[in-house]
Design a protein around this ligand. Structure first.
Ligand code: URA
Length: 453
């Protein structure tokens, strides 16, 4: 075996990048050896960035067959460490969201599902562009450490049922490099490449079950519903091939999820929900968290159906067990657990609040959610480049949803930022993000499609 492995590596190094690129450029189907050579070349830096980018562009334009796509996932997955939690005597499940604005469900789902007896090894990302990231939100809890070694990650899961951390350099290392180059070369929006990128990271978590939340709408990466459904189906099929029970829900991102957008503000909303203090504008955050948690429990075989699972989750919220696990997790990850008792500690005093108001009477018919996410970046709450630092305190709050009626002068939203100049830089864009018309629009459904495994 060792000799075979050695031989395989030798053969791969003999394949020239330019020959593999030319084959795909001309529409050929790559062998698993050629795809393996590419992924090896990415990891050992023997392929130059321009060669990686050229092959990815050829894949994007010429397409990948099912078998090429599956091989790419496998090679990217095994380019790094695959975690093994078989010593943890519980089913292991996670959820992944394709990202949105105000999408904060992970912070509720992880302790809630853990309280129901399922371990959650949650490896998350940082925000980029208009979408937020779980790691940035968590870092608004004073002291909270998201940079855990595999050993610390495992230890925390054993102690409180879940851990939330960033991807170590050993998990799907090929993806990190390839994704950065795709981002810079306009090759992100191609389903087989997205599947390989997302699933190579998620499958490395050593899971039994995975629930995917694929967003669609004005604040989503997949704005068209049919594209979101196609991505969801491709990821569910991929999970099945790797023996992870996988299900996807396609959910609406035509308006921000819940009340707040912004790192500390979103954690505040989640802690209040875990304290069972759910404001009406935050209800969709709870509803989606409950739906995704329940699906994780059913896929993990600890609940017989969705209704049963929702009942169990609701009991764990009501009893305070989910909040207690969140508090314990914060302690274990070095953060200040007192935010669980006084969530307002998460909010900065050193900010100003400015309202944007309606100019006419009517119904909110559409919200340009992407514009709200972009405005967060302008305020410093999100990043345009991976290396940007962020301001955790800034953000946006709104009690209004599509279909609500407004009167002239009524606040549409409140911007929380540092200075009036900052507000001036986003106010026009945010006002324009709200469409107000005389007729009441069709109301949105949060869960649009379910793609079973
Ligand atoms: N998120 C990822 O991690 N990878 C993609 O390709 C797209 C979104």
């Amino acid at each position: 075996m060792a000799t075979y492995g050695h031989l395989k590596v030798e053969l791969r190094t003999l394949m020239r990048p330019q020959d593999i690129i030319a084959k795909k450029r001309d529409g050929g189907e790559l062998t698993s050896g050629e795809i393996g050579a590419f992924v090896c070349g990415v990891c050992d830096a023997s392929w130059a960035d321009y060669q990686i980018s050229a092959l990815v562009m050829a894949m994007f334009i010429r397409g990948l067959s099912r078998s090429e796509g599956e091989t790419l996932v496998r090679e990217m997955l095994y380019s790094g460490e695959v975690l093994d939690f078989s010593d943890i005597d519980r089913p292991k499940a996670d959820k992944h969201s394709t990202g949105g604005v105000g999408d904060k469900t992970s912070l509720i789902i992880a302790p809630l599902v853990a309280a129901c007896g399922v371990a959650v090894p949650m490896i998350s990302g940082r925000g980029l562009g208009h979408t937020g990231g779980t790691l940035d939100k968590l870092e608004s809890i004073p002291g909270y450490n998201v940079n855990l070694s595999t050993h610390q990650f495992r230890d925390i899961i054993k102690k409180c049922g879940f851990a939330m951390a960033g991807q170590t350099a050993d998990i799907a290392p090929a993806d990190k490099k390839i994704y950065a180059l795709r981002d810079a070369t306009a090759t992100v929006p191609y389903i087989p490449l997205i599947v390989a990128s997302i699933m190579s990271k998620k499958l490395a978590e050593g899971l039994d079950a995975l629930v995917l939340d694929v967003k669609t709408g004005s604040g989503a990466f997949m704005q068209k519903r049919e594209d979101a459904v196609a991505l969801a189906k491709a990821m569910v099929e991929c999970g099945g091939k790797f023996n992870v029970r996988t299900e996807a829900v396609v959910t609406n991102m035509d308006q921000p999820l819940g009340k707040y957008v912004g790192n500390a503000l979103e954690v505040y909303e989640c802690v209040k929900i875990l304290r069972n203090d759910i404001e009406s504008a935050a209800r969709p955050t709870w509803e989606l968290s409950l739906e995704l948690s329940a699906r994780m429990l059913v896929l993990s075989n600890v609940a017989k159906d969705i209704e049963d699972a929702k009942e169990t989750c609701t009991k764990k919220l009501d009893s305070g067990e989910a909040l207690a696990l969140f508090r314990r997790n914060i302690e274990l990850q070095g953060g200040d657990p007192s935010v669980c008792d006084a969530p307002e500690k998460l909010l900065s005093d050193n900010v100003e609040r400015f309202d944007i108001t309606a100019g006419c009477t009517g119904f909110v018919t559409a919200i340009d959610t992407l514009a709200i996410g972009d405005a967060m970046c302008v305020l410093g709450g999100g990043r345009t480049k991976a290396e940007d630092s962020i301001d955790h305190a800034v953000g946006f709050a709104s009690d209004l949803k599509i279909g609500d009626r407004v009167e002239p002068g009524q606040p549409l939203a409140t911007v929380i930022c540092r200075t009036s100049d900052q507000f001036a830089s986003v106010s026009e864009k945010l006002s324009a993000a709200y469409s107000i018309s005389p007729n009441c629009p069709e109301l949105l459904t949060l869960i649009l499609d379910v793609i079973p495994g």
